[in-house]
Ligand binder design. Structure first.
Ligand code: 6PG
Length: 476
């Protein structure tokens, strides 16, 4: 445990020494930073003491006053505690031990309005507060996560070097950057998670098509995802998906996946993304479908009853699998691009609405490594944002547009196959609908406007002259 000699020596402190917190402490210590860790649970501080294996500059304490004494002034304290009330509780217990000018960084999956609220409240007390998304799970925290900090610039300037050392590195660049004021960091992390939901749904649909549709066994599925992960679909989520198919259940030796209940849980970041997108009137078809499918999966009892009542087609396939697997791969790649497009379009709108002044090239760059949605594709996206910093939608970039258009027929064919087989593929379907809606130079919204005007005198605009018009429809 720490002795008095170390007072004021630590570069940064971490509150919350669960696996993520401990791993992040060790990660920063590996880059020669002196780090203090605090947790009120003695068991967690003991675990850090064990895991620090002789590192002199790591101090684990369970006295918050002592923890604050260990920190160099002005202090920098990083919170890795569950989002919600625990963040407010920790801030409250921390405040009496801090001095004006000290910095608190909340690294949980906090909802962005909470971040704005906390920053404003702490500012009044002379404290700096930043919201920082951290992605990559436990191993990311240890080996290099993607970090999404926002808040006061002076806060970032103080800890930037530490974060840059601890973050994942891609092409010698750290997967962290100052993103913008206020809740910019937590907002970007929320959208990261919305995209994560979308990609996970899309991958699960391809699994369903190949499992229930093509009758493929886990080892065959492993081989397919493993091959895809070596090609343009290369990504963390494909990599872990391939690995999942090889994992056997300890007791039964069955594939572990086959004994996992088919009811998806969620902590809410996907739903927040969807609600935000609705509020800002940005269409996020695929992300919304992903949230809805998690919700649908949880209606297990209803699904069991409906399985007997609601008869529909069942998959029938007796041809060569390879051509269809190739189509599925292309459909997935196109739908992935479309999903990132939706998330980035939401960020573009949020940046204007909340004055975050986000740079989407930077966002794409720091997502290339460390985080759950890291993918080779993000380099293409980054480069699209570099070529045109004002790009409104990445599907308007020539290269990305070409990549989707080349695969459009396969995406359409796979959606048709899913529908013909009676397998739900809303992520793929919504991605295709987004693509078709975006490329439509005319949409039947004129009829909606006519209906609104008919029943509610809501008026409409005309294509041939300026102004606002209302018609007495019942007389015509
Ligand atoms: C990450 C993850 C991480 C967490 C998700 C899980 O980027 O490391 O997104 O933050 O695992 O929040 O979210 P759900 O429980 O909602 O699936």
């Amino acid at each position: 445990m720490a002795d008095q000699a170390h007072t004021g020596t630590c570069d940064i402190g971490v509150i919350g020494l669960g696996v993520m917190g401990r791993n992040f402490v060790l990660n920063m210590a590996d880059h020669d930073y002196a780090v203090a860790g605090y947790d009120r649970e003695a068991q967690q501080t003991c675990s850090l003491e064990k895991e620090k294996s002789g590192r002199q500059a790591v101090h684990a304490v369970n006295d918050i006053g002592r923890f604050c004494d260990l920190l160099r002034l002005p202090r920098a304290v990083l919170l890795l505690v569950p989002a919600g009330a625990p963040v407010d509780d920790v801030i409250q217990s921390l405040e009496p031990h801090l001095d004006p000018g000290d910095l608190i960084i909340d690294s949980g999956n906090s909802h962005f309005p909470d971040t704005d609220r906390r920053e404003a409240a702490l500012k009044e007390k002379g404290l700096l507060f930043m919201g920082m998304g951290i992605s990559g799970g436990e191993s990311g925290a240890r080996q290099g996560p993607s970090l999404m900090p926002g808040g006061p610039r002076q806060g970032y300037d103080r800890v930037g070097a530490i974060l840059e050392a601890a973050a994942a590195q891609v092409d010698q660049a750290p997967c962290v950057a100052y993103l913008g004021p206020g809740s910019a960091g937590h907002y970007v992390k929320m959208v990261h998670n919305g995209i994560e939901y979308g990609l996970m749904q899309l991958i699960s649909e391809t699994y369903d098509l190949m499992k229930r549709g093509l009758g493929m066994a886990p080892d065959e599925l492993h081989a397919v995802y493993d091959r895809w992960n070596r090609e343009e679909l290369n990504s963390y989520l494909l990599e872990i998906t391939a690995a999942i198919f090889l994992h056997k259940d300890d007791g039964s030796e069955k594939p572990l996946l086959d004994v996992i209940r088919d009811e998806a849980q969620q902590k809410g970041t996907g739903e927040w993304t969807g609600l935000e997108a609705l509020g800002l009137q940005v269409p996020t078809f695929t992300i919304d479908a992903a949230v809805m499918m998690r919700n649908m999966s949880a209606f297990k009892q209803q699904r069991l009853k409906a399985a007997h009542l609601l008869k529909g087609p069942t998959p029938r396939f007796d041809g060569a699998k390879e051509p269809l697997i190739r189509q599925i791969k292309n459909a997935l790649y196109a739908a992935m691009i479309i999903t990132y497009a939706q998330g980035l379009a939401l960020l573009a709108k949020a940046s204007q609405t909340y004055a975050y002044n986000l740079n989407l090239e930077t966002v794409a760059r720091i997502w290339r490594g460390g985080c759950i949605i890291r993918a080779a594709l993000l380099e293409e996206i980054r480069s699209a944002c570099t070529s045109d910093p004002d790009l409104e939608n990445i599907l308007l970039d020539g290269n990305l547009a070409r990549a989707v258009v080349e695969r459009e027929a396969d995406l359409r064919a796979v959606v048709r196959t899913g529908a013909a087989w009676g397998l739900p593929v809303p992520g793929l379907m919504m991605s295709l609908s987004y693509f078709d809606a975006l490329r439509s130079d005319w949409l039947p919204a004129n009829l909606i406007m006519a209906q609104r005007d008919y029943f509610g005198a809501h008026t409409y605009e005309r294509v041939d002259r300026a102004g606002t018009f209302h018609t007495q429809w019942e007389k015509t």
